[in-house]
Design a protein around this ligand. Structure first.
Ligand code: AMP
Length: 454
C-alpha cells in the first residue's frame, strides 16, 4: 500500500530491558496527531461556537425553519450528479472511497445535495410547500490547508424547497444578514444572477468568444476552462488574466425575460427591507447546480473593505430533477462556522469570560466530602449557580478557587459540621462566617442571594 504523506512516521524510541545486559527493545511511542487540515475545537473556543449556534437556532425558529440532519456518508454519485463532474469540489477535493461492499462512497463536501435527496426520499413534496429546513454539521474537502481553510469544517445552512418566488431568495438573504447582525459582525452581501440553462448558454458562448479573442494573454487553466467550464473563467485569480476578465461581457445583459424579472424582484425586496447589497458580475459560485440568484456574504473590515467569504448560496431550481425527482424550485445558503466563530472571537472576546457563580462548596475530610456532594446536588436542583472542587483537600486551595470563580458565598463542611448537622457560610466579600443548619442551607442561601440582588 502507498504510504500517505499525511500521516507522520511514528517516532521510535529504544527502551532498556529490565534484564541486565539484555538488548534494548524498540518501542513505538509516538502519539497520533490530528490529520492535516483537521482540527480539534477546544473548550476555549466553545463559547464562540455556542453563541453562533444558539443565534442560528433562534433565527431558524423565528423564520419557521425546521432542523434536518443527514448522514456524512453518501453515495459518491449524489455529489457527482449535483455539484458537477467538472467542479473543483468533485474533481479535486472530494473524499471518495470504496466501502466494504464495494460501493463508491463520499464524505459529504456540502449538504444541499443531501437535503434535496432527503426531500425526495421522504416525499416531502406532499407537505405544505415550501418546506423550510436548516442544518448544521461537518463537511469534508481535500483542500490545501491554510488559514480559514480546513479539510473537515462545519457549515450551517438554510434551505427553502418548493418555491420559485423571488421572495424566498430575499428571505434567505435577510436571514443570513440578520444572523451576522445579531452576532455583531459587519458584513456585505454580494449578488449576481447566472440565469437559467437557456440564457446562460448564450452568455457562455459570448464569454468564450471574448476569451478566444485574447487567448494568448490568459493562463493555461483559463484555456482549459474555455472548453470545459466557461463560467469558471470568472473565478480566475491569476494576475495575467485580470485585464481580460475586466472586459468580460456582463451576464446581466444576457438574462432572458423571466430571469431578469426574477432578479429585479429580488433586488426590489432587498431595497424595501433596506438591505444593502453589491452587484458582482463575476460571482458564479463553484457548484453546477445553481441558477438565477447567487450570493455571498463577506465580512467587512474596519476600513469598510470586504474580507473573506463567510458564506454563500443561491437558487437551485433544477437540482431535484437532476436527481431524478419532480421539478422542485428551491434556494438556500450555507455559512462556514470556523470562519464565523473566528470573527466572533475577534469582535467579542468577552464571550470567553466565565460566568460568575453564586456558591462554592468546600469540604474537609472524607465524610464531609460525601455530605458536600449531597449539598451540591440540592443547590444544583434548586437552580443555584454552584461549583465545587471535590478533588482538593485543603481549605485554602478551595477558597482560592471559589474566589477565582467569583463565588458570592462559600459553604464549608468539615468533620465538626457533619457531627453537628451544620454548615459554615463564608461571605466572600467581607470574610464574615456564620453557622447554619445543614438542612436549611438551600433556603437560607436562596434568601441571601435574593436580598443581595434586590
Ligand atoms: P461554499 O459553498 O463552498 O462557498 O462554502 C460556504 C462557506 O463555507 C464558505 O464561505 C466558508 O465560510 C466555508 N468553507 C468552505 N470551504 C471551507 C473550508 N475548506 N474550510 C473552512 N471553511 C470552508
Amino acid at each position: 500500500m502507498k504510504k500517505s504523506k499525511l500521516i507522520k512516521k511514528p517516532k521510535v524510541k529504544e527502551v532498556k530491558s529490565e534484564k541486565a545486559g539484555a538488548e534494548p527493545v524498540k518501542k513505538v511511542i509516538a502519539t497520533p496527531q490530528a490529520l492535516r487540515g483537521m482540527k480539534d475545537i477546544l473548550p476555549a473556543d466553545q463559547p464562540f461556537w455556542l453563541f453562533l449556534t444558539d443565534k442560528a437556532r433562534a433565527l431558524a425558529k423565528s423564520y419557521s425553519f425546521e432542523k434536518i440532519e443527514t448522514p456524512v456518508l453518501e453515495e459518491a454519485g449524489l455529489f457527482i450528479r449535483s455539484v458537477g463532474k467538472e467542479t473543483d469540489i468533485v474533481e479535486k477535493e472530494m473524499y471518495v472511497f470504496e466501502d466494504l461492499d464495494g460501493a463508491k462512497i463520499a464524505l459529504r463536501p456540502e449538504a444541499t445535495a443531501s437535503i434535496v435527496r432527503a426531500y425526495l426520499n421522504h416525499g416531502m413534496w406532499n407537505l405544505p410547500q415550501p418546506v423550510r429546513l436548516w442544518y448544521q454539521g461537518p463537511m469534508f474537502r481535500h483542500e490545501r490547508p491554510q488559514s480559514g481553510r480546513y479539510r473537515q469544517f462545519f457549515q450551517l445552512g438554510f434551505e427553502i424547497l418548493g418555491d420559485a418566488n423571488p421572495v424566498s431568495d430575499a428571505l434567505l438573504i435577510l436571514v443570513a444578514s440578520n444572523l451576522y447582525k445579531e452576532l455583531g459582525i459587519n458584513t456585505s452581501i454580494q449578488l449576481n444572477s447566472i440565469g437559467c440553462p437557456t440564457c446562460r448558454e448564450v452568455y457562455k458562448n459570448e464569454l468564450v468568444n471574448h476569451y478566444k479573442a485574447h487567448r494568448s494573454k490568459v493562463c493555461e487553466s483559463c484555456k482549459k476552462r474555455m472548453q470545459r467550464n466557461p463560467l469558471r473563467l470568472l473565478d480566475c485569480k491569476e494576475e495575467q488574466c485580470q485585464a481580460v476578465k475586466k472586459e468580460i461581457p456582463q451576464i446581466l445583459d444576457f438574462l432572458c425575460d423571466p430571469c431578469r424579472k426574477h432578479f429585479m424582484s429580488v433586488l426590489e425586496y432587498l431595497e424595501e427591507l433596506g438591505l444593502p447589497y453589491f452587484l458582482n458580475n463575476t460571482l458564479v459560485r463553484g457548484l453546477d447546480y445553481y441558477n438565477r440568484t447567487v450570493f455571498e456574504i463577506y465580512s467587512v473590515g474596519n476600513d469598510g473593505a470586504a474580507q473573506s467569504a463567510l458564506g454563500g448560496g443561491g437558487r437551485y431550481d433544477y437540482l431535484a430533477e437532476t436527481l431524478g425527482g419532480r421539478t422542485t424550485p428551491a434556494c438556500g445558503f450555507a455559512i462556514g462556522l470556523e470562519r464565523t466563530a473566528n470573527k466572533i472571537k475577534e469582535v467579542n472576546p468577552a464571550l470567553a469570560e466565565k460566568e460568575k457563580i453564586d456558591i462554592f462548596i468546600a469540604q474537609l475530610g472524607d465524610l464531609a466530602r460525601r455530605k458536600a456532594m449531597v449539598l451540591f446536588e440540592s443547590f444544583r436542583r434548586a437552580g443555584v449557580k454552584v461549583a465545587e472542587d471535590f478533588c482538593r483537600t485543603g481549605l485554602r486551595a478551595q477558597l482560592e478557587i471559589a474566589d477565582k470563580l467569583g463565588a458570592r458565598y462559600t459553604l464549608i463542611v468539615g468533620q465538626k459540621e457533619v457531627q453537628d448537622g451544620t454548615v459554615i457560610i463564608r461571605d466572600m466579600e467581607s470574610g464574615v462566617q456564620e453557622i447554619i443548619d445543614f438542612n436549611k442551607a438551600v433556603a437560607d442561601l436562596q434568601k441571601k442571594l435574593f436580598l443581595n440582588a434586590a
